[in-house]
Design a protein around this ligand. Sequence first.
Ligand code: NAD
Ligand code: MG
Length: 403
Amino acid sequence: MKHLTLLGATGSVGSQTLEVIRQHPNAFKVIALTAHQNVTLLHAQCIEFKPEYAVVGTQEQAMCLQTQLRTVGIMTQVLFGPLGLEQVVSLSKVDTVMAAIVGAAGLLPLFAAIRAKKQILLANKEALIMAGTLVVEEAKRAHVEVLPVDSEHNAIFQCIDNDKWVLGEKPNDLSKVILTASGGAFRDRPQAQLAQVTPEEACCHPNWSMGKKISVDSATLMNKGFEVIEAAILFGLDAKTKLTLFLHPQSLVHSFVEYIDGSVLAQLAQPDMRIPIAYALGWPGRLANPAPKLNLNQMAKLEFSPIDFQRYPCLNLAYQALRCGGTAATILNAANEVAVTAFLAGKIKFTEIAYFNQQVFQKIQPQSAESIHVILEADRLARNITQALILKSYGLVSDTAMI
Ligand code: NAD
Ligand code: MG
């Protein structure tokens, strides 16, 4: 039986993880569940899964949830904040941590889980974008398995011989990886109309049901750019020679892996995160899960076409960040998190996400990403500058508030 801490339990990946676990009550024991704001859903999850610990954002929320749970006889101990997260990933009885917090907030709990030598099921791609080299080094030092949950990377993982794969290193017989991209919510929208699109439209992904931030990132293709970086880090791939992208509107082929003998393996499945989640949870075995099966009639309609890089400035920025190295991707991730939050709040236009990302990326000189301290400082600086630029562009502050 696996003993699990689920970071980000109330999110899209978190809830789907619990759906898979629900189907295998004898294979998994949920030790801890965490959430940030959605205490109502966490309350319901605690009643169903009876974890020993839960974590919420604030002390007030923690006291309130703890009281509510006691009144229905649930003895879950409720902690709060970053220290609470670090505590529940480090518990001695936990062997596996599902990292499904969205954004930079997941980085420190991820590090704490690696240092505590837990097996990591990694959905939180922003942590890897921010600090990929450090995450890989730390995981190698601690002899920790990091299993990719992101569907494309999980597909690559399914297509390579796991015995031969070392985290961060390209298997010798692998010649190339092809990642697929759906094109997001605005794939077929004329570029001239993109300045007018709403957050609701951006979050309405044609194939996947996901959290808001990753849905917007899918629409700008920043998500695909981050996935290129993620694949480069996890599988030791040179993005220029060993990684190719193809537009694949159906989202049924999640990645291709080409070998030196010319064989190409692909993983196909319905676009449903419960499949990669189940693979990571059950690895090295496979788990039945509630996702629908592929209908082979769907094979007749598979389409692939090259991506028009001109159309997706965020994708280009991600490639630039990968080429620059150091804290460049940390800076881009931070700018993007602030810009996407502003877009979702109705404060900037969709097209301005790329604009502000570019501005911030040009303003800050990347440093060598030698420590978590350097990463967090780059993240803080990029957030402050992005916020200041957004406010300034709307005439709300002066230049002097820029740093
Ligand atoms: P979501 O917004 O639906 O859920 C995010 C979770 O993180 C929630 O439980 C929330 O409470 C928690 N959280 C948010 N801010 C927090 C903070 N400051 N401190 C602690 N917890 C916090 O997001 P999601 O779509 O489930 O995505 C989660 C991660 O998985 C992201 O990194 C995303 O890129 C990645 N991912 C998601 C999908 C998907 O299909 N949703 C697919 C691949 C990868
Ligand atoms: Mg993905």
